[in-house]
Design a protein around this ligand. Structure first.
Ligand SMILES: *Cc1c(COP(=O)(O)O)cnc(C)c1O
Length: 319
């Protein structure tokens, strides 16, 4: 693992150590005020045993946006990239090549200053830990459209990868699970009318031959997978409309037969297709498609990630 300490107003003592427990005072501020943010990214290995990161600059920039919003000092971008490259190079044998295999990378920061006064910490620990991950069979998702709970609010921290965002999702997600759903489709907190995210993924709707996804905002996380899929879809001559999309429009499209696909996008699963959605105690099933946009886009993105295709956008970074 990589560690670096913020103290006396600066990041210092960058070091790589064996993965293991860390020791913190029980009054460390992270435990009381939740100053904690993270990133999620992956490294991929091709058939020549070369290892690649995917758009690490995007994760690094987003990390610092999350940091600012939580009053955490930003981490120097060049040191961040160097730490990633050095650590992954050391652990490159943990990355298996081949479909679905990857090295999951989890950079994070926690507030470590002692004291129970509610104010930003003066000390932080930045860390990067790694774990090999493998392809798992992912069932299509049944999702429930939120009509009471919210993930994010205007002016809040929804755009940040703040640890507390995830804690706040667990309870409503458990309630949805008890009703037989896998995930919640989050809607805007004011009206529960606009469809925003699927669980911890961005969400796309295919209406006819057009893909629709919500614009990013202070409520919606600016996913690297989301923006890469938008670029790839346009390159494949699929029309993409980035706009607000409402529950009413979704229902109309379902009733008219124009609703073809719903899928979530994120680093963990790349794309997760939705088989059915629930709204106010009614279940609506999506058609089974043989040539889905979800499958086509997932293949196109993974071909770039695993160095099986040219990289027209310059997204791969070789370690
Ligand atoms: C991380 C995350 C995503 C996906 O972002 P990627 O960069 O594509 O992995 C989407 N929504 C939320 C809420 C997230 O935390």
């Amino acid at each position: 693992m990589f560690c670096c300490t913020f103290d006396q107003g600066q990041w210092q003592n960058p070091r790589i150590a064996a993965y293991g427990p860390i020791s913190l005072d029980p009054s460390a501020k992270v435990f009381h005020y939740g100053q904690a943010i993270f990133e999620g990214m992956k490294a991929f290995k091709d058939d020549n045993n070369d290892v690649f990161l995917f758009r690490p600059d995007q994760n690094i920039k987003r990390f610092n946006k999350s940091a600012s919003r939580l009053a955490i000092p930003e981490f120097p971008e060049d040191l961040f990239l160097e730490a990633l490259k050095t650590l992954i190079d050391l652990d490159r044998n943990w990355v298996k090549s081949g479909h679905g295999h990857a090295l999951y990378i989890r950079p994070f920061v926690i507030a470590t200053e002692n004291g129970v006064a509610a104010s930003p910490s003066a000390r932080y620990e930045f860390m990067i830990v790694l774990s090999p991950v493998t392809a798992y069979y992912s069932e299509k998702l049944k999702v429930l459209i939120a009509d009471h709970y919210s993930r994010a609010a205007d002016g809040g921290v929804g755009f940040a990868k703040a640890a507390g965002n995830y804690a706040a999702q667990f309870y409503p997600t458990n309630l949805a699970r008890e009703k037989g759903y896998h995930q919640v489709i989050w809607t805007d907190a004011n009206s529960h009318e606009f469809l925003e995210e699927a669980g911890t993924m961005n969400v796309f709707f295919r209406i006819g031959d057009t893909l629709i996804t919500a614009p990013t905002s202070d409520r919606i996380l600016d996913g690297v997978t989301r923006k890469s899929l938008i670029d790839l879809a346009r390159e494949m001559h699929i029309e993409v409309s980035v706009r607000k999309f409402s529950v009413t429009e979704l229902m109309e499209a379902h009733n008219s037969g124009d609703l073809k696909e719903i899928f979530g996008s994120g680093t963990a699963a790349t794309i997760s297709a939705v088989s059915a959605f629930g709204h106010k105690d009614q279940l609506y099933t999506l058609p089974e498609l043989t040539d889905s946009y979800a499958d086509r886009l997932k293949k196109a993105l993974q071909d770039i990630q695993y160095n099986r295709a040219t990289d027209p956008f310059g997204w791969r970074v070789k370690i």
